[in-house]
Design a binder for this molecule. Structure first.
Ligand SMILES: [Zn+2]
Length: 135
């Protein structure tokens, strides 16, 4: 039985990080749908859960490894971007008492200024434009 399954899965995508994410998303969706079960939105969400699970199975048994792997890589890239963004926000939060953060209105670069210097002129280190800010 186990061997038959292994033979069946040969050349197929199987489970990857993106599928695990979709399963967790499906479980969360089911939870939200059960909370909202008396509403129209809840009923729509209930219908989405089997579609999502169908997609998970489709990806698991798919033989188009190239596509499934590029989907998985795209997912991992997006996940890493979010994790990097989160690390930046956590770091800023830790420094909030000694520094104030400003975003350059011209190029959107973020600058860190020590707090308690009053109203100051900030020069962007990236594009050189200046703006005022209260530290
Ligand atoms: Zn700038």
């Amino acid at each position: 039985m186990r061997e038959r399954f292994a033979r069946f899965m040969y050349g197929r995508n199987g489970n990857d990080a993106f599928n695990r994410f979709l399963l967790i998303a499906g479980a969360a969706l089911l939870l939200i749908a059960s909370v909202l079960s008396r509403t129209a939105l809840g009923r729509i969400l209930y219908l989405l859960v089997p579609l999502l699970l169908g997609y998970v199975y489709f990806r698991m048994f798919s033989r188009d490894l190239y596509r499934r792997r590029s989907e998985n890589e795209r997912y991992l890239r997006e996940k890493e971007k979010l994790a990097a963004r989160r690390r930046v926000l956590v770091e800023r939060w830790k420094q909030r008492k000694s520094y104030k953060f400003f975003t350059c209105p011209a190029c959107k670069a973020v600058m860190r200024v020590p707090r308690g210097r009053g109203k100051i002129r900030i020069v962007c280190h990236k594009c050189g434009s200046t703006f005022m800010g209260k530290s």
